[in-house]
Design a protein around this ligand. Sequence first.
Ligand SMILES: Cc1cc2nc3c(=O)[nH]c(=O)nc-3n(C[C@H](O)[C@H](O)[C@H](O)COP(=O)(O)O)c2cc1C
Length: 199
Amino acid sequence: MPLIHECVVTTLSPEGRPHIAPLGLIEEESYWIAAPFRPSSTLYNLTHHPKLTASFTDDSRIFAGLVVGRRNWPLTDIDGWPAPRLSAALAHAELAVVRVEEHELRPRFFCRVRRIESHRAYLGMNRARAAVLEAAILATRLGMLPREKIESELAYLQIAIDKTAGEAEREAWDMVKAKIDEHLNDAGANAAPQAARSR
Ligand SMILES: Cc1cc2nc3c(=O)[nH]c(=O)nc-3n(C[C@H](O)[C@H](O)[C@H](O)COP(=O)(O)O)c2cc1C
């Protein structure tokens, strides 16, 4: 399996409006591949505008915020490149789409890295940040997963939060957890009449 860089990708609408979304960029030989599912704004934008920016951040609130619909994260323009980066980025990569592999569910946009630039120091791994990232991914797949899997993953990830989170990570965790709890409560409410019937 190739390495996947979890980052926040900026794409541009046909009118040039920036859109940000968390995405895993797949590193395969000399390409970085963006593989957005259909339908999504990221996919739509990439078919119209073949330049994107990947922002690398250790602020887990941005990943959490984006999956719960908070999109107003500050952006910074890049000299000579149309897609802005997250202002909070520790580093960013400028990517140009050079080839598209069509697929009915998940096309692959093969990119060349034009430039990578660092902005701030990276101060190492943290388990709570990784746990928030896992929970954020889980939160985008709720409809596809059984309740038991969601609950057992959350319980496992909670350990890293309890042991290693700072204030920002706790805030991020609470955002994602609220979204997941809402889904579980709704699913529970909808499942109740069925459970009663099957008894
Ligand atoms: C860390 C992380 C990585 C993700 N990677 C992908 C990905 O590679 N492909 C994808 O379609 N969605 C991915 N998602 C889910 C998208 O961010 C989500 O579907 C988003 O809403 C994109 O839709 P949009 O372009 O309409 O905003 C990821 C989510 C997270 C939290």
